[in-house]
Design a protein around this ligand. Structure first.
Ligand code: MG
Length: 385
């Protein structure tokens, strides 16, 4: 068996560290060739010491000296790179087989595009990439024969349900959502919630940005867009179901009425491992979902009044062009502002909606248009804070 060389973007984040858990379990299958973090120098150095990559990279240029000092102190002999240009170059290195794209937010777009152009297999955890530029990403993936394997649990479930199936026979995608910590809150209660309330996700342990997106259901809106691009299904055929137990990770309904779903305990290591090992399944000792203990699984319709972000995501896709990019940029601004106490919970959706109205529409954006749209939308959203 040939060892697969991994490049992990966002290696110190939630998906990155869980990817390294999988590598630790299967050292005969996976080796870490390159590690990249945004700002977490200490964690990155500890990972370099353990996994001995050829390249270590930090996105934040101001941390280069500190990273170099710490890496030389542990006797690291590989390359030390810094900044966005280096990341874009790193992902194309010939020895790399799989790029795990788990950076947070818009920053994941450029390296993902470069990795696709280099024909790498992409284990995609950065959903913002598909939200912002799904059309370009899918066209490039076809052109350069770069497989995109979903790491997001819902999309992994859909992907697993589609193994052996013809995609033209999909009638509907049933995308499940936990509903987040405010599922049962009234609008009045939601007005006063804080970031620390929102960071208590009932089922999943994730990074801060995505946990806030889950609480506001923007995460689910993004996942609808992500599913559209990954599986070629129009958003009208993607139905969100609130499923508080997070056991059914998503399902596909086919034209004959059959529904296939993937179930399991909420543990991101399973979809990560499946993306790395596909089409094989590897043994694991991850916790099992015990259906007897669970007893019952429930499903309810999402409430678009209390969670307008979901509606905004559908609207962004209906309008198309650069509007999903506007949606993402405005969301990154308000998500951070909410975490820093500069924006109320419900105010986040209002600002995103306003930004979608104010931003200039481009029907068929190029990569450069996306870059300009992202910057413009951020400026507009900031003005409302
Ligand atoms: Mg998800």
């Amino acid at each position: 068996m040939k060892i697969k060389n991994l490049c992990i973007l966002g290696s110190t984040g939630s998906i990155g560290t869980q990817t390294l858990d999988v590598v630790r379990t299967y050292p005969e299958r996976y080796s870490v060739y390159a590690l990249c973090a945004n700002r977490s120098v200490d964690k990155l150095v500890a990972q370099a010491l353990e996994f001995k990559p050829e390249v270590v990279c930090i996105a934040d240029e101001s941390l280069y000296d500190e990273l170099s000092r710490q890496l030389s102190a542990i006797g690291f002999e590989g390359k030390i790179w810094v900044g966005a240009d280096s990341i874009a170059e790193m992902v194309t290195m010939p020895s790399i087989d799989i790029v795990v794209a788990s950076m947070v937010g818009y920053a994941g777009l450029r390296p993902t595009i470069e990795a696709i152009k280099a024909g790498k297999t992409i284990a995609l955890a950065n959903k913002e990439t598909l939200v912002v530029a799904g059309e370009i990403i899918c066209e490039l993936a076809q052109q350069y024969h770069a497989p995109i394997l979903p790491v997001d649990s819902e999309h992994s479930a859909i992907f697993q349900s589609l193994v052996g199936e013809d995609r033209s026979e999909i009638e509907k995608i049933l995308l499940t959502a936990s509903g987040g910590p405010f599922r049962t809150y009234s609008l009045d209660q939601m007005r006063t919630v804080t970031a620390s309330d929102a960071l208590k996700h009932p089922n999943w342990d994730m990074g801060a940005k995505i946990t806030i997106d889950s609480a506001s259901m923007m995460n689910k809106g993004f996942e609808v867009i992500e599913a559209k691009w990954l599986f070629g299904v129009p958003v009208e055929k993607i139905q969100v179901l609130v499923h508080p137990q997070s056991i059914v990770h998503s399902a596909v309904q086919f034209t004959d009425g059959a529904i296939k779903a993937q179930l399991g305990a909420p543990d991101m290591r399973l979809p990560i491992q499946y993306a790395l090992s596909f089409p094989e399944r590897l043994k694991s000792d991850f916790p099992r979902a015990d259906l007897f203990t669970l007893g019952s699984l429930t499903f309810e319709e999402p409430d678009m009044k209390r969670f307008p972000n979901l509606g905004l995501a559908y609207e962004a896709m209906r309008r198309g062009g650069n509007i999903p990019c506007v949606l993402n940029a405005a969301n990154e601004v308000v998500n951070l502002a909410f975490r820093e106490g500069r924006c109320g919970f419900l105010q986040m959706s209002d600002i995103i909606a306003e930004t979608m109205v104010k931003a200039a529409f481009i029907a068929k954006p190029t990569y450069e248009d996306y870059v300009a749209t992202d910057a413009a939308a951020r400026r507009i959203a900031e003005q409302y804070l």
